[in-house]
Design a protein around this ligand. Structure first.
Ligand code: AMP
Length: 287
């Protein structure tokens, strides 16, 4: 496994792989502190692609000034050995200066899909995400890039950016990997103290409750949201609910009457970490 710190180096590694016969190049963009969720994307890439690149870059432009950029975990050695053992061919781990040299002035912005949920609660977040992901696509030139359904809105925004800007690659979205108690794996789970960690599975529990209510015939989104909020209030009192939303899976527009597939998404702010989770509810088997 090669580790590239500069754009020139990773470009050369990918070009050499292509000359050597690699037909499909896969990219897994990450911010490091890798866990089984990331490794599931890497395994999917390794299963489909001839050459797998993992980028590890804590992207400053997607953090607001009051967020956790400086404290974000950076266990570099662990991440590199995890990548190696999952068959990664090259890691791209640039510095912030390499990605954003002095005078950097471009921004990619996707409107519409970014106006609710994470976009509303984290102004500027998706501009940072889109800009860095577009740069990574231009730098690595992958045929397939892998994202997690854990960040549902992010995957929808990236798909829209790729479609609207005719970027020549496929976006693969992989299932959310969870701890045994249902908590979605996240690099930020490490921030939780014992009491918060005990309450955190309530996020998934509340999504399961929402799914059950819908499957049992509840069609009014507001009533489902109320039940989710009350479960969270009871089982995760240390957390403050940022939002609970029921949205159309494509447009991400809020749904009032649940008639087709929906995504239920939520964000809960614990004192030590803000957690997000979501569930896709397919209606074809519903009552
Ligand atoms: P991050 O390092 O948090 O920026 O995440 C990098 C990629 O891993 C994103 O596409 C995430 O959606 C994905 N990811 C993070 N957590 C999980 C998880 N628990 N299951 C599946 N994918 C995940």
């Amino acid at each position: 496994m090669k580790v590239a710190k500069t754009i020139d180096e990773i470009r050369r590694l990918v070009a050499d792989a292509r000359v050597g016969g690699a037909g499909l190049v896969g990219l897994v963009p990450t911010m490091g502190a890798l866990h089984e969720g990331h490794f599931s994307l890497i395994d999917a890439a390794a299963g489909e692609c001839d050459f797998v690149v993992v980028s590890i870059f804590v992207n400053p432009t997607q953090f607001a000034p009051n967020e956790d950029f400086s404290s974000y975990p950076r266990p570099v050695e662990n991440d590199l050995s995890g990548c190696e053992s999952h068959g990664v061919d090259a890691v791209f781990a640039p510095s912030a200066g390499e990605m954003y040299p002095d005078g950097f002035a471009a921004t990619i912005s996707v409107s519409g899909l970014t106006e609710s949920m994470e976009g509303r609660h984290r102004p500027g977040h998706f501009d940072g995400v889109c800009t860095v992901v577009a740069k990574l696509f231009n730098i690595v030139g992958p045929d397939v890039a892998y994202f997690g359904a854990k960040d549902y809105q992010q995957s929808a925004v990236i798909r829209k950016m790729v479609a609207d800007l005719d970027m020549p690659l496929r976006i693969a979205v992989c299932l959310t990997i969870r701890e045994a108690d249902g908590l979605a794996m996240s690099s930020r789970n490490a921030y939780l103290d014992d009491a918060e960690r005990t309450q955190a599975p309530a996020l998934y529990e509340s999504l399961c409750l929402a799914e059950r209510l819908i499957r049992e015939g509840e069609r009014t989104a507001a009533r489902v949201i109320e039940s989710v909020q009350s479960l969270l209030g009871e089982k995760a009192p240390l957390g403050e609910v940022d939002y609970v939303a029921i949205v159309d899976p494509d447009s991400l527009a809020a749904v009032e009457e649940i008639e087709g597939d929906v995504v239920i998404a939520l964000a809960v702010k614990f004192p030590s970490a803000r957690l997000i989770d979501n569930m896709f509810v397919e209606m074809k088997n519903a009552k």
